[in-house]
Write a protein that binds this ligand. Structure first.
Ligand code: BDP
Length: 705
C-alpha cells in the first residue's frame, strides 16, 4: 500500500451487510452514448464496483435486470430522458443527481446530469458513497458546484524542479512530451482531480518561464490538455509579463503599446491553435522580482486587461494575482489592498483577481485578506496552499481542512453579518460574473504524489470545498479517512483526532497568538525569530514580531499602521481593541506588554510559553494516537507516518526552544512553573539555523529568487 491510489482505492468492502447490499444494487452498468467522458465514467464505475464488491459488473445496452446502474444525460440516454427528472434543471452544467428509481419495473440506480462531465462527477460521487459504506438503498442525492473555476496551481519549472514542492520532480516530463502523453500518471492525476470536481489546472510556476509560450512547449502542453480534456479539466498557463521582450526582442512590454497588444493577440491565438479549449493565463506581476505593467508606468488593471482582450475572443480568462508588495510602506499587510482597491471596477469581465486567503503569505494562521468583501466590482478567486511551505514541508502532519474552512467561514461583514468569504465566492453577496477557488498543490514524482501521506488530505479538502464551501472540514476528513484508510471505527476515532488537532498544533509551536513569519529566510522550515537583516525588512522575523523588552506584536491599530481600517465594521472596531480581538490573532494587530492579561488569567508571556508547550504536547499526542491505530493501518503507511511524526516532534521542540530562548533573551522573564527549560543556549539555536540540514529540494531555482 504505497499511497499511489490516493483516495480512489476501491478495495473490497469489509462490512458484510453493506457488501451484500452493494452486490445486489449493481448487476448491470448501462452507459448510453459514446463520448470519451462517458467512457471514463463507465471505466471508473467498472473498476470501482468490481474492486468494492469483488464482482465484475457487466456493461449492457439497456436495463434488463434488477440492480441496473444507468448513467448519462437526457440527451445521451432515452431512459434518463423518459424519467423526466425536473431537479436537473437546477443543477447547471456540472451538477449531478443520483437517484434510486424503478426502471422497466425493476429497481435501478440512476446517475443523471445535464452534461457528460456532470455524469462523470456523479460516478465519482456514487463511488464515494460505497467507499464510505453509505446505505444506498434509497438514494436521492443532488449536488452542483458553488464556484465556477475550481483550479489547482502547480509551481513547476521547466527544468522539473518544483518551487516549494516537496514530493519529487515535476509530474510533467517535458522531455518525453508530446510523444509519451499516455503516461498513466497523467491519467491518474486527472482522475484524482476529476473525482473532486476540479475543472482547471495551471501546470507551471507563477514565477514563469517565458518559453512556455513557444511552439515547443505549447505542443507539449497541448498533449497534456488532450489527456485532461475528457476529465473536464481545462489547462491554463502561467505567463511572464514581459514575454514579448524575452521571446521576440521587443524593447517594451507596455500593455498600452499597440505592437505589444498585437503580439499577445497573435500569441494567444497560437495557444488556441494548439489547445482549442485553453483556459487562460495566470499572472504574477510586479511581485518578488517578476515583471509587470508597473515597469512600464501602467497599473495592474491595464496589464490584466491587455491579456484579457487577447483571450476574450476565445472565451479564456486571466487569473491576475493580488500577491504584491506595493505600494511600499511600513506594513506589508496593507499593500495588496492599497494597490488593488483603487482599481475596483476597472478590470474586464474575464479577469479574475486571485487573492491569497491572508494579507501576508500562507502563514499557519492569518486574518482574512481585507480584499475579500471590499473588491465589489471585480471578479475574485481565493488562493489557498495545499503544499506545506510554512507547515513543515512533507515532513509534518498538518491537515489544512480547518484552515481552509476558517478562510471560507470568515465573516467580512461586507453586507452585514453573514457575508462570509464562502458566500462571496458562491456569488451570494455581490454580482460577480465569475469566481474561483485555487490551490497551490505541488505534487511530484514521489510514488504517493505528495510526500507526506496526509498532504493528500489537504488536496482532497481543497477540492471538496471548492465544490461545496459549506462542507465542514470534519466531514471531509471523515470521507478522506474512510476512502484512504478504512471504515473501521477503531481506526477512525484516533485518526480523526489527529486530523482535527494537527493544524492547531502547527500553529501553536510556530505562530502562537498571532505571531507571524518567524522562519529562517528562504527555506521557510525552521525557526529564526532573531533574524533582523535581509534585502527587505519585511523578509525578516523581527519585522513581524517586533519584540522588545517592553512587549511584542505588530501594532496595526490607529496608533500603528492602521491596517484594521481596511476591514468593514464591526471588525475594525473589534480589532482596534486587544480585549475584543480574538486571542489567536492578537499579535497580528497589537503590540502588547509581556504582562498583558489573557483570558486565562495568565500573562501574555506565560500564555505564549503555554502555547508552545501545548504545540509540542499535541505532536506527542498525535504520536500516541497514531500508535494506537497500528493494527488498523497497513505496515507501509504506518511506519512511514510514525517516522515522520518523530521528525515532527523533534522540530516542534526545536521551534519551541529556539523561540522561547530568543524571546527570553529579549524580555529577561522567567518561565512559568512546570515549563521545561530549553535544552540549549540561544547561541546553539542560532547556529542550528545554518547547520541543521533542511531538505529544500528546489532552491535555488534559475529564474526563482
Ligand atoms: C511565497 C513563496 C514563493 C512564491 C510566492 C508566490 O515563498 O516561493 O513564489 O509565495 O506565491 O509563499 O508567488
Amino acid at each position: 500500500e504505497d499511497g499511489y491510489r490516493m483516495w480512489l482505492r476501491y478495495d473490497q468492502v469489509a462490512d458484510s451487510e453493506r457488501l451484500a447490499q452493494y452486490r445486489k444494487h449493481f448487476t448491470q452498468l448501462v452507459v448510453a452514448g459514446d463520448s470519451a467522458t462517458l467512457e471514463l465514467a463507465a471505466a471508473e464505475l467498472t473498476r470501482g464496483i468490481e474492486g468494492l464488491t469483488g464482482r465484475p459488473v457487466a456493461r449492457a445496452d439497456k436495463a434488463s435486470r434488477a440492480g441496473a446502474l444507468i448513467v448519462g444525460t437526457p440527451n445521451t440516454s432515452s431512459t434518463i430522458a423518459a424519467l423526466k427528472m425536473s431537479k436537473l434543471t437546477s443543477l447547471g452544467q456540472e451538477g449531478y443527481l443520483i437517484s434510486s428509481r424503478r426502471v422497466n419495473g425493476k429497481p435501478a440506480t440512476v446517475i443523471a446530469a445535464n452534461t457528460e462531465v456532470g455524469a462523470l462527477y456523479g460516478a465519482f460521487a456514487l463511488l464515494r458513497q460505497l467507499q464510505t459504506h453509505a446505505d444506498i438503498s434509497n438514494l436521492e442525492l443532488h449536488s452542483a458546484p458553488s464556484v465556477k473555476h475550481r483550479v489547482v496551481n502547480h509551481w513547476d519549472n521547466l527544468n522539473r524542479l518544483v518551487e516549494r514542492g516537496y514530493a519529487g520532480l515535476s509530474l510533467w516530463d517535458w522531455g518525453t512530451l508530446p510523444a509519451y502523453k499516455d503516461n498513466p500518471r497523467y491519467h491518474d492525476y486527472a482522475r484524482i482531480n476529476a473525482s473532486l470536481g476540479i475543472n482547471g489546472t495551471v501546470i507551471n510556476n507563477v514565477n514563469a518561464d517565458a518559453r512556455i509560450l513557444t511552439d515547443q512547449f505549447l505542443e507539449k502542453a497541448a498533449a497534456l490538455a488532450d489527456v485532461f480534456r475528457p476529465y473536464g479539466i481545462k489547462l491554463y498557463l502561467s505567463v511572464k509579463f514581459n514575454s514579448p521582450m524575452l521571446l521576440d526582442g521587443f524593447e517594451t512590454a507596455d500593455p498600452l503599446d499597440p505592437d505589444v497588444q498585437k503580439w499577445w493577440q497573435e500569441r494567444t491565438k497560437k495557444v488556441y491553435d494548439y489547445i482549442p479549449d485553453f483556459g487562460g493565463f495566470l499572472v504574477k506581476a510586479n511581485s518578488e522580482g517578476q515583471p509587470g505593467p508597473q515597469d512600464f508606468g501602467r497599473n495592474h488593471a491595464e496589464g490584466a486587461n491587455m491579456l484579457a482582450e487577447a483571450l476574450e475572443p476565445f472565451g479564456g480568462v486571466v487569473f491576475w494575482r493580488a500577491f504584491v508588495y506595493a505600494p511600499e510602506q511600513g506594513d506589508r499587510f496593507r499593500e495588496a489592498y492599497d494597490e488593488f482597491m483603487p482599481l475596483d471596477g476597472q478590470f474586464k469581465d474575464n479577469v479574475i483577481v486571485q487573492i491569497k486567503n491572508g494579507p501576508i503569505d500562507f502563514q499557519p494562521r492569518e486574518p482574512f485578506s481585507p480584499l475579500f468583501g471590499s473588491l465589489k466590482k471585480t471578479n475574485i478567486a481565493l488562493e489557498l496552499q495545499v503544499t506545506q511551505e510554512y507547515f513543515g514541508f512533507s515532513y509534518h502532519l498538518a491537515y489544512q481542512g480547518p484552515l481552509f474552512a476558517e478562510a471560507l467561514n470568515a465573516d467580512t461583514y461586507a453586507k452585514g453579518e453573514g457575508s462570509t468569504i464562502g458566500k462571496i465566492l458562491a456569488g451570494d453577496i455581490f454580482e460577480y460574473q465569475q469566481t474561483g477557488m485555487a490551490a497551490v498543490i505541488n505534487p511530484g514524482t514521489d510514488r504517493n504524489w505528495t510526500g507526506h501521506p496526509f498532504v493528500q488530505s489537504s488536496w482532497y479538502a481543497f477540492g471538496r470545498m471548492a465544490w461545496d464551501y459549506r462542507l465542514g472540514s470534519e466531514t471531509i476528513a471523515d470521507e478522506w479517512l474512510r476512502m484512504t484508510f478504512s471504515n473501521d471505527p477503531a481506526l477512525l476515532q484516533p485518526l480523526h483526532e489527529i486530523m482535527s488537532i494537527s493544524r492547531e498544533a502547527g500553529v501553536n509551536y510556530r505562530s502562537p497568538l498571532g505571531l507571524t513569519h518567524l522562519y529562517a529566510q528562504g527555506h521557510h522550515y525552521g525557526p529564526a525569530p532573531w533574524h533582523d537583516k535581509s534585502g527587505r525588512p519585511d523578509w525578516t522575523a523581527y519585522y513581524y514580531h517586533q519584540a522588545t523588552k517592553d512587549g511584542i506584536g505588530f501594532d496595526r491599530t490607529q496608533s500603528g499602521s492602521n491596517a484594521i481600517e481596511q476591514y468593514h465594521e464591526p471588525l475594525t472596531q473589534r480589532f482596534a481593541n486587544p480585549d475584543t480581538t480574538p486571542e489567536d490573532l492578537l499579535l497580528w494587530f497589537h503590540h502588547l506588554s509581556w504582562r498583558y492579561e489573557m483570558d486565562s488569567g495568565r500573562s501574555l508571556w506565560h500564555e505564549l510559553v503555554h502555547k508552545y508547550d501545548t504545540g509540542v504536547a499535541q505532536v506527542q499526542q498525535m504520536q500516541n494516537l497514531w500508535d494506537s491505530a497500528k493494527d488498523y493501518v497497513d505496515t507501509e503507511r504506518f511506519e512511514h507516518v510514525k517516522a515522520l511524526l518523530k521528525i515532527q516532534e523533534r522540530d516542534a521542540i526545536h521551534w519551541r526552544d529556539a523561540c522561547i530562548s530568543y524571546f527570553q533573551s529579549v524580555n529577561g522573564l522567567s518561565l512559568p512553573k512546570g515549563s521545561p527549560k530549553p535544552a540549549h543556549e540561544l547561541e546553539y539555536y542560532k547556529r542550528m539555523e545554518k547547520e541543521l540540514y533542511i531538505p529544500d529540494p528546489w532552491y535555488p531555482v534559475p529564474g526563482g529568487h
